[in-house]
Design a protein around this ligand. Structure first.
Ligand code: ATP
Length: 344
């Protein structure tokens, strides 16, 4: 019997609990097959919990989540809660507190999936988005709110150590995955201060990896090339905001947001990493059993790999690939989860 690993499960809002249930269905099957033991604990967080208690995420709950080996999360966000309250109070709070400075978002077009792009080139690259700094740090403030003199600032925080560690992670990932090139994306012609720090750090770190090709694009050019020539990307490293936007494009060109997975990774093992689909709570389709759970199941595979179960992860990925290759339309959330589980 393998060592027990503890997973904190947060279904969250909207379609979150539904897609997470399908992920857990697959986890159960793959764990049994590989003799892995996971202890899952559900945390009832999100809009309903907020309405009931007036709290988003209590420090005691955080401390309990911190004792887990990983977090498996559906989605947070609900139209009944002011925008940002749950996203900042839950999602960003965990990303920051657990120092999940790598937001890894693979972009892969699977056989059988239709891309809206005309290109027949393979699309298979990895976006390493910085997760704890940049414009999402929360630094800033408001003055004279609701008056004609209102002032609002949103400060992008970039530290040498924070930038260097995520750039180094991208190069190490490139080596580990047998990839060839790391492309940095920023906007150093306009964002002079942070851009200079990112560019200088990238140029210094890349000297340690003479066998890896490198490239740089401004974010606007990168957005264009994601659409016109995605095959030029292999590993992309960028800041929090640019990465957030670019990975909606990479999701769109690889079959849509229902297939896009992600990991909020803390390479320091003392913190749990968190795995979640790129999509949000999708309130427009919540409770209809039509959300695609594939992004969540692919995120589960990332979690298994992170926890040291490469073979189990590969098997989940292979089952998803098989399902996508023969997929018919009109299947429900539970149909898709059960089909993938059955393929394992
Ligand atoms: P949030 O505020 O939580 O981000 P949102 O609706 O603004 O929610 P998403 O949840 O990312 O943002 O959804 C964007 C669109 O994509 C929605 O119209 C939704 O129906 C669709 N969508 C999102 N996730 C899925 C999914 N897993 N399967 C099918 N469609 C999805």
């Amino acid at each position: 019997m393998s060592k027990v690993q503890k997973i904190a499960v947060v279904g969250g809002d909207g379609i979150g609990p539904d897609v997470i249930n399908e992920g857990l269905k697959v986890l159960d099957v793959v764990a049994k097959k590989h003799g892995l033991t996971f202890e899952t604990k559900k945390f009832d967080l999100g809009a309903a919990h907020f309405h009931k208690t007036g709290e988003v995420l209590h420090d005691a709950t955080m401390a309990e989540i911190a004792k887990h080996d990983a977090i498996f999360l559906g989605a947070v966000g609900d139209p009944t809660v002011q925008s940002g309250v749950l996203e900042r109070g839950l999602l960003l709070k965990m990303r920051f507190a657990f120092d999940q400075y790598v937001n890894l978002r693979p972009a892969k077009l699977h056989p059988g999936v239709t891309s809206p792009l005309a290109t027949k080139d393979p699309i298979d690259f990895l976006v390493v988005r910085e997760g704890t700094e940049g414009p999402y740090s929360g630094a800033g403030g408001s003055l004279a709110v609701t008056t004609p003199r209102e002032v609002a600032t949103e400060v992008s925080i970039n530290t040498r150590s924070g930038v260097e560690r995520v750039i180094r992670y991208a190069f190490e990932l490139c080596v580990a995955r047998g990839r060839k090139k790391v492309t940095m994306v920023h906007k150093d012609n306009i964002m002079l201060h942070s851009g200079a720090l990112w560019k200088r750090t990238f140029d210094e770190v890349k000297r340690e990896y003479p066998n890896i090709k490198t490239d740089y694009f401004h974010v606007d050019a990168a957005a264009m090339f994601f659409v016109t020539d995605p095959a030029r990307f292999d590993v992309v490293v960028t800041d929090n905001l640019f990465g957030d936007i670019l990975t909606d494009i990479s999701a769109a060109i690889t079959g849509g947001i229902g297939l896009a997975c992600s990991g909020n990774i803390s390479p320091d093992p003392k913190f749990p990493s968190m795995f979640e689909p790129v999509h949000g709570s999708a309130p427009d389709i919540a409770g209809k059993n039509i959300a695609d759970p594939t992004a969540t199941i692919l995120s589960l595979a990332m979690m298994l790999e992170h926890l040291g179960h490469a073979q189990a992860a590969a098997e989940v990925n292979a089952a998803v690939a098989k399902d996508l290759a023969t997929r018919t339309s009109g299947r429900s959330t539970t149909d898709i989860g059960s089909a993938i589980a059955a393929l394992i």
